[in-house]
Write a new protein. Sequence first.
Length: 263
Amino acid sequence: MIDIKKAEIAFSEYVKPYDITNGKIELKIKHTYRTVEVAKKIAEDLNLNEEQKLLAQLISLLHDIGRFEQVRIYNTFRDIDSIDHADLGVKILFEDGEIRRFIEDTKYDDIIYKAVKNHNKFKIEEGLDGETLLQCKIVRDADKTDIFARFALDIELCKNVLYDYKEMSKQTVSPKLMEKFEKYEQVSRDEFNRDIDSYINIISFIFDYNFITGLKIIKENNYIERTMKPLCICDDTKEQMEKIIKIANTYIDERIKSKNKIF
């Protein structure tokens, strides 16, 4: 049995020892709760049963639990400079036994483990059963959707915590990365050459969506333009930024028009 309210109380207790005045901690607490809401919406749109809906919400509540220790120890969100936060998350939950704070029943452990572990990977691992794969897809879409929301709605917080927008606005996107973007291909982290590439990778998340619910949320809230607007302040790079916005919005419109839940 999944008691999502009890799990949310446990999450609130779990994050209490962390420094809320640290912008990174604040960002991830907000992100977690909003990801839960997006996962709930996706599950509803898919007409899943109540158990599946609650499981999707629980997984989303736990998906970034490794971030808090990552920030405490390394003071960064960059996995490449510290530790894979999803791998750390499953260690905290299952090796350290924290999972039982959030749910007593062990029947969902395998699905939760796989979904948390795979939520940040470039691709979902192969060989998963249908229910596990479904939950992996839901949390990945929910996570990506709220990342867009955070960059669109918490611009000042992102400026202070994550990126130097003024400096990035002077940078151009790497040709290889731009070529992939034009082909509707997500960009691998090992192809980043500069901060602007890392930022455009966020926009390329749209090419890895499994369901159209998140894409509709992005379109309805104009998240692409709002995420890119802080970079459209330098004449030398404004044209490239506007091209990226156009490509992204065209792709989203095509996906929504197709009416396919899974692409």
